[in-house]
Design a protein around this ligand. Structure first.
Ligand SMILES: [Cu+2]
Length: 424
């Protein structure tokens, strides 16, 4: 869903817009992929295609007669906003348009200071808008999306940018010559994310200090817990929250953060049980967060810098800062990269923070945050949504966040929660 802001064309400065949904694709049915992933067959992580608006090649070749690539038409000498969305399930993609540079102007719904790039990098769930000026000779230009960090056996996702009235030099029904497609530089952890700055940080000022810091060590699980939804026959989590009870399954429980709490989260990658350090796009439901920084090895508090106008977004990549050659041979538990984010719990409910790779969610790389349980109850009792803004903390929410200085691990939070909120 795209929410149009009528002030955007004048604010950002563009004439028209185009939408590109790019993402990896498997020919197998979803149910088969799921069953294989949970069985000894294992997850088929390569995929068959990278699609652009639903069109692409099958394993690097044309799939069937009548198949065509996506063709995006533009007029010459105009400025376009391209809204680019990674709708895939696993692969981080790089996107580029031949002979056209791009200026990033929006990240996940928030305007940013324009940043010129020659390619874009998006993980599943991430969205960017870029400005593209159609100032080249009238004609056709290749666009391409390629996998990053994880190969897909010659699978790429070409599409065509076509100037209306120009000479049509590319044929959407033919297989593109690989050497004619835009090329990409080698992968570079963190890409340009550290250079992104909010355009209107004053409208959403970041709190200067956290009330609470959570450290999540992410290997094959999060702090040795794989999140699991309530078992069949149990209530949905929100119903438990409404009843102020906890589900029986420890792995289904949530972390109570209280309302209007400033929470720093350190996503700390560690080498998993098969000697691999994975990269993950972390996505927050119900909130955006400020992206504070990213780095290699282990997060050290003193080294963290707070950017003046950090970008506010909802999906952020935790990069694996390791030599790809070493993958599979690394020592389990070794810290191998971190991402630091800050959020404000101002949207009462129960919300997920999870890796946006489907296979990782299936394996439990998720946590649930609950906050303002009292407010959930109020709304459940039929009060209007207008009461959200004026409710105070209750002791119920406060108790889990009494340590406003220290760093608290998930298990400690859960212990705190359980001590103060025994299951009824
Ligand atoms: Cu993941």
């Amino acid at each position: 869903m795209i929410i149009e802001d009528p002030t955007d064309p004048a604010e950002i400065g563009y004439d028209d817009e185009r939408i590109l949904m790019i993402g990896d694709w498997w020919q197998k049915p979803h149910s088969q992929l799921e069953n294989e992933t949970l069985s000894s067959v294992g997850f088929d992580w390569k995929g068959d295609s990278i699609l652009t608006n639903g069109k692409g090649l099958f394993q690097g070749a044309c799939s069937s007669p009548g198949h065509s690539l996506e063709v995006v038409t533009v007029d010459r000498n105009r400025r376009y906003r391209f809204r680019i969305i990674n709708t895939g399930t696993l692969h981080q993609l790089a996107f580029r348009i031949a002979q056209h540079r791009m200026h990033i102007v929006e990240v996940e719904g928030q305007l940013v200071e324009p940043l010129e790039v020659d390619y874009l990098e998006l993980s599943p769930g991430q969205r960017y808008s870029v400005l593209v000026t159609t100032d080249q000779s009238p004609g056709d230009y290749w666009m391409n999306s390629v996998p990053r960090y994880l190969p897909m056996d010659n699978v790429t996702g070409p599409s065509i940018l076509r100037y209306v009235g120009g000479v049509e030099t590319l044929e959407a029904f033919d297989l593109p010559v690989a050497s004619s497609l835009p090329s990409f530089p080698l992968e570079k952890n963190n890409w340009v994310t550290a250079q992104l700055t909010s355009k209107f940080s004053a409208r959403r000022p970041m709190p200067s200090q956290p009330d609470l810091t959570l450290v999540f060590e992410i290997g094959s699980s999060i702090n040795n817990v794989s999140f699991a939804p309530p078992a069949p026959g149990e209530l949905p989590l929100l119903e438990y929250a409404y009843q102020r009870r906890l589900p029986a399954n420890q792995a289904s429980r949530w972390i109570d953060l209280g309302n209007n709490t400033v929470v720093d989260i350190v996503l700390q990658a560690i080498v998993n049980d098969v000697g691999i350090c994975d990269s993950h796009p972390w996505h927050m439901h119900g909130h955006g967060f400020w992206e504070l920084g990213s780095g290699s090895g282990k997060f050290e508090d003193g080294l963290a810098e707070t950017p003046a106008a950090p970008v506010f977004r909802d999906t952020s990549v935790l990069y694996a800062y390791v030599d790809p050659e070493e993958q599979g041979r690394l020592v389990e538990g070794t810290p191998c990269g971190w991402r630091h984010i800050r959020m404000l719990t101002n949207n009462p409910g129960l919300w997920a923070l999870h890796c946006h790779m489907t296979v990782h969610v299936m394996k439990g790389l998720a946590v649930a945050f609950g906050h303002a349980g009292g407010l959930i109850r109020s709304v459940g009792s039929g009060l209007s949504a207008g009461t959200f803004g004026c409710c105070n903390h209750t002791t119920h929410e406060q108790s889990a966040v009494t340590d406003r200085q220290g760093r608290i691990s998930v298990s400690r939070i859960l212990r705190t929660y359980l001590l103060h909120h025994p299951t009824s």
